[in-house]
Design a binder for this molecule. Sequence first.
Ligand SMILES: Cc1ncc(COP(=O)(O)O)c(C=O)c1O
Length: 480
Amino acid sequence: MRSHLLNDTTAEQYRRSVTEGIERVAAKLAATDRPFTGVTVDALAPTIDAIDLDKPLLDTAAVLDELEDVYLRDAIYFHHPRYLAHLNCPVVIPAVLGEAILSAVNSSLDTWDQSAGGTLIERKLIDWTTDRIGLGENADGVFTSGGTQSNLQALLLAREEAKTDSFAKLRIFASEVSHFSVKKSAKLLGLGQDAVVSIPVDHDKRMQTVALAHELERCRKDGLVPMAVVATAGTTDFGSIDPLPEIAELCEQFDTWMHVDAAYGCGLLASVKYRGRIDGIERADSVTVDYHKSFFQPVSSSAVLVRDASTLRHATYHAEYLNPKRMVTERIPNQVDKSLQTTRRFDALKLWVTLRVMGADGIGQLFDEVCDLAVEGWQLLAADPRFDVVVEPTLSTLVFRYIPAAVTDPAEIDRANLYARKALFASGDAVVAGTKVGGRHYLKFTLLNPETTAEDIAAVLDLIAGHAEQYLGESLDRAS
Ligand SMILES: Cc1ncc(COP(=O)(O)O)c(C=O)c1O
């Protein structure tokens, strides 16, 4: 069994084994002609259930053969141009190379004595990101597992910085289309049930700042404490960017922490063309960025950044066995002092290799391309009487709904759209997402693949219309 341990004596086996795996994946990627096979849970579950984990195959090639059946064949392939569903980007090769290196070396970023150079690389990338945001000289941050964790940590710091004698008095203000992790964080942070005040959005799905000002005023009058305003720079559904400069003004006026959830919109930090769309982000107290959404990085790769490094102390605990306090005076950099996690992957390496190979402009260009593609998609939808499209894209999502000419019952139209999404998924020809707008079912394209073309979008719209029509036809038959 020792031959399986990765060390000086097994380097050759490591090379062979990993290369074998890479060969399989490369062949798979080259041969994948659809984003999904359309397999159902019922069809796939017995294959996985049948595997006896106490009876190992003891042979890498056999395991890779088996993996074809249990995973690779039916995986959802985000790199396919007709995967248009969630905020999953195709990944860039330098980042995958970084991933392979970081898992083999297996540094843990909690302490200097478990990572050395890794710590400094992560710190440099944090500085690079805070510079791009414009958070100033005293900024800092740390890599996290994702936007949910970044938002949680930012709100933890905001809670600790709030001036109150009771968590029950604290209020967080976020738009009605902000990410659900804001509410989840409030719960995890022990705030009251009413802690998150939902602020309405305008026609373009941007937080209404007049309503925000009104709610902040009311909060104060009621003897409550505004703990934070969460501005979203790239909402999950619409890609809309809240008016950051106005929100910053209000945060200053009400002495409130400003958090910008740029999990999705952070791609603009690398864009030369569209960076201006997130102007005002530099005034935030904290920012969430998800490199695994718009920097073309594999999951996980995210960070939380703060204007004032000292606020990270709220996540600091010392343990003799890990990061004794004396290490601070000895100036030993232990990233665990800033993180909610202890053992932590060296995800920063992926971004490092990416920036060193491609440069930030390369990433920004790819993100610009998907933003431009979304405009083309919007033009197609707006010109097509079969569809209703909600807003012009700010980033790269399109929320729309099939509206059959002959049907006026909104509930029937809902059912036709739900059916179309399911049928498309089952066919494996394309994968799209869904959401609700004004209580009605809509479909969503999240465009993060520069390889997707306007022709792909047009073809998928035709597929959707075809499935919806089929449902409506069968529905008519059922009724008659
Ligand atoms: C705006 C926004 N914030 C936060 C998140 C959560 O990020 P993660 O899935 O990386 O935890 C998402 C995920 O889609 C998001 O769209």
